[in-house]
Design a protein around this ligand. Structure first.
Ligand code: GAP
Length: 516
C-alpha cells in the first residue's frame, strides 16, 4: 500500500468510526473545516490534557490562561498581523487554481531533493558496506549540481520574500519551469499578497472602525495578559503562560485533511525570560518539546528538527519539529525566539508600560519571549496516521482474516476499556454492568453485548481501545475476567478486583508524563 493509499484509507476510517467529519456535510461541506465526532473529541481532549499537564503541572513556573478569541483590533496592528500576515498567492490561468507561490517553489525543491536521495540510495546499494554517504554527497557531480540548484533557488526565494519582491517570486517560478499540477501549463498570473485573517464586525454598526479579527494565533491573548498574570500570580522571570484555543486563518491552500484548516486549535506557551538569555531557553524548549513528542512512543525516527532560514517578522531564531506524515515530513510544532517584539510593540501601541522589575538585578525591562506553538489537530493527525495499521491474521483453522487496528498510545485512546458479557443471559450482563459501574469513575469504559466477541473485538480495535474485558460463566464462580490486549491480541485471566490496579498505570496520562 502506498502512503497516498494509506492516507485515503485513514480519512475514510476517521469518518466511519466517528473521529472526524467534514463540517456541514449535509450541505456538501465547507472547505478545510472539520468537526470531531464521538471518538475524535475524546482523543483530542486527551491530547490537550497531556499537553496541558506537561506544561502547567510539571513546570512550577508555568500557569495557564483562557483568553477570548476576539481582541481589540489594535492588537493585530501591534503584532504585525494586519501589515504582514500575508501569503504570496498565484493563480494558474488555465486551471483557475490558486496556489501559494512559496509552496510551489518548495515543492519543486522537494522534487530535486528526491532526485538526490534516489542517487544516494542507488550508490548505497552499489557500494554496500563500504559506502561513505557524506563523501558521496560532497563529490558526486550530479548530486553537487542538483544541490547547487536547490541552494540557489532557496536563496533567491528567501531574499525575494523578505524584500516583498513579488515579481522576483514569479520569475523564480518561471525560471524553474514550474507547471500547474492540474492543467500542466505555465500560464501564471502575477504573484499577489493575501492577508490570512478573517474579519467581522463588532456590534450593529458596520463601519470600518468596528472591524475586528478572529485571532490567527492564540499567542497575543497571552502577551496582552502577561502583566496581569505576572502580578496576580507573583511570577518571577523566567516564567511561562500556557493556553489552548481556537485560531482562524483564511488559508489559500487548504489540503491534506485536518493538516491545514481554516479553523483549528493551537496549544501555545510563551516563556518570558531575561533579555540576552533567550538562546539558552530556546535550546532548552527545543529539547524539552522533542522529549514530549517522543514520549508518546510513535517512533523517534519519525521526528526531526527543521531550522528556519526565513524568519518571521518577530523572531531571531526559529525551528520546527517535523513529523513524518504519510505525505512526508511536515511541521507540527514551532519553537520561536520572539525577542521583545510583541511586548514592546503592545507597549508602544497601547501606551501602557509592559516592563518587568527584576528583583535580582534591580532593573526594569521588557522580557524576551521563547514560544512553543503546537497544532492540536496536527498532533491528532500524526497520532492517527502512525496508529493506523492493517493486519492479516491467520486463524486456527488456517483461514486468513484481516483487522484494522488503531495503535493509539493507551493513555490517549478515546475508550480505555470495553466490557463485554460473553452472552446476553445467565446473569452475565448484570455482572458486566457491575464491573463497569465500579470502573467508570476512573476510566472511559464502554459496555457492549451485541454480536460475537470477535466482532466486538474488531470494533474496538478500529477505535483503538487498548483493553477488552470479557465476563463469562467462570466470572460468576470465581470473579475472574479475561483481559484481551489490543496490540498483541493476547488474553489473560485476572481477578476482577485487580482490574483497576492493572489498568491504572497503563492508561493514565501520568504514565506518559513520567517519560518526558
Ligand atoms: N504563535 C506562533 C504560530 O502561530 P505557526 O507556525 O503559524 O506559529 C503554530 O503555527 C502551529 O499551529 C503549527 O506548527 C501547526 O501545528 C498549527 N497550525 C498552523 N496553521 C494551521 C492550520 N491552518 N491548520 C492546522 N494547524 C495549523
Amino acid at each position: 500500500m502506498t502512503q497516498e493509499e494509506l492516507f485515503k484509507k485513514l480519512i475514510a476510517h476517521c469518518k466511519e468510526y466517528g473521529f472526524v467529519f467534514q463540517s456541514s456535510e449535509i450541505y456538501d461541506g465547507l472547505s478545510a473545516v472539520y468537526d470531531y465526532g464521538q471518538n475524535g473529541v475524546e482523543l483530542k481532549n486527551n491530547i490537550r490534557r497531556y499537553w496541558w499537564e506537561a506544561m502547567t503541572r510539571l513546570n512550577e513556573n508555568i500557569v495557564g490562561i483562557d483568553a477570548a478569541i476576539f481582541m481589540h483590533p489594535q492588537t493585530w496592528v501591534a503584532s504585525g498581523h494586519v501589515g504582514a500576515f500575508n501569503d504570496p498567492l498565484i493563480d494558474n490561468k488555465d486551471s483557475k487554481k490558486r496556489y501559494r507561490a512559496d509552496v510551489l517553489i518548495e515543492d519543486w525543491i522537494a522534487k530535486i531533493e528526491d532526485k538526490i536521495n534516489k542517487e544516494v540510495e542507488k550508490a548505497a546499494k552499489r557500494f554496500g558496506d563500504s559506502f561513505d554517504e557524506t563523501m558521496f554527497r560532497q563529490t558526486n557531480p550530479r548530486v553537487l549540481e542538483n544541490q547547487a540548484k536547490i541552494d540557489e533557488v532557496n536563496k533567491r526565494m528567501v531574499a525575494a520574500l523578505e524584500a516583498n519582491e513579488l515579481a522576483e517570486v514569479k520569475k523564480i517560478i518561471e525560471d524553474c519551469e514550474i507547471t500547474c499540477p492540474i492543467s500542466g501549463s505555465r500560464n501564471w498570473t502575477d504573484v499577489r499578497q493575501f492577508n490570512l485573517m478573517f474579519d467581522t464586525k463588532l456590534g450593529s454598526v458596520t463601519d470600518e472602525a468596528n472591524t475586528i479579527y478572529l485571532r490567527p494565533e492564540t499567542a497575543q491573548g497571552i502577551f496582552v495578559n502577561y502583566l496581569n498574570v505576572q502580578k496576580t500570580g507573583r511570577m518571577k522571570i523566567p516564567f511561562g503562560i500556557a493556553q489552548v484555543g481556537k485560531a482562524f486563518r483564511n488559508e489559500i491552500v487548504a489540503r491534506q485533511f485536518i493538516f491545514r484548516m481554516r479553523e483549528f486549535e493551537q496549544m501555545e506557551m510563551q516563556f518570558f525570560v531575561r533579555p540576552g538569555e533567550e538562546m539558552k531557553w530556546y535550546e532548552f524548549w527545543m529539547e524539552k518539546r522533542m522529549r514530549w513528542h517522543k514520549s508518546m512512543g510513535l517512533g523517534d525516527e519519525k521526528y526531526r528538527f527543521h531550522k528556519h532560514e526565513k524568519l518571521a517578522h518577530y523572531a531571531n531564531a526559529a525551528s520546527d519539529i517535523e513529523f513524518k506524515f504519510p505525505f512526508g515530513f511536515k511541521e507540527v510544532e514551532g519553537i520561536h525566539s520572539r525577542t521583545d517584539f510583541d511586548l514592546s510593540s503592545h507597549q508602544k501601541h497601547s501606551g501602557k508600560k509592559l516592563q518587568y522589575f527584576d528583583p535580582e538585578t534591580n532593573e526594569s525591562y521588557v522580557p524576551y519571549v521563547v514560544e512553543t506553538s503546537i497544532g492540536l489537530d496536527r498532533t491528532f493527525l500524526l497520532i492517527l496516521s502512525s496508529a493506523y495499521t492493517e493486519e492479516k491474521l491467520t486463524k486456527e483453522d488456517g483461514s486468513v482474516d484481516e483487522r484494522v487496528v488503531l495503535k493509539i498510545p493507551a493513555a490517549l485512546a478515546p475508550v480505555k476499556l470495553a466490557i463485554f458479557p460473553l452472552v446476553k443471559k445467565d446473569g452475565l450482563p448484570e455482572m458486566a454492568r457491575k464491573i463497569m459501574d465500579d470502573l467508570k469513575f476512573d476510566f472511559a469504559c464502554q459496555y457492549e453485548e451485541k454480536d460475537t466477541i470477535g466482532k466486538r473485538y474488531r470494533r474496538h480495535d478500529a477505535i483503538g481501545t487498548p483493553f477488552c474485558i470479557t465476563i463469562d460463566h467462570q466470572t460468576l464462580e470465581d470473579e475472574t475476567v479475561t483481559i484481551r490486549y489490543r496490540d498483541t491480541m493476547e488474553q489473560e485471566r485476572v481477578p476482577a478486583s485487580k482490574l483497576r490496579e492493572i489498568m491504572a498505570e497503563k492508561v493514565s496520562i501520568s504514565s506518559l508524563l513520567k517519560q518526558i
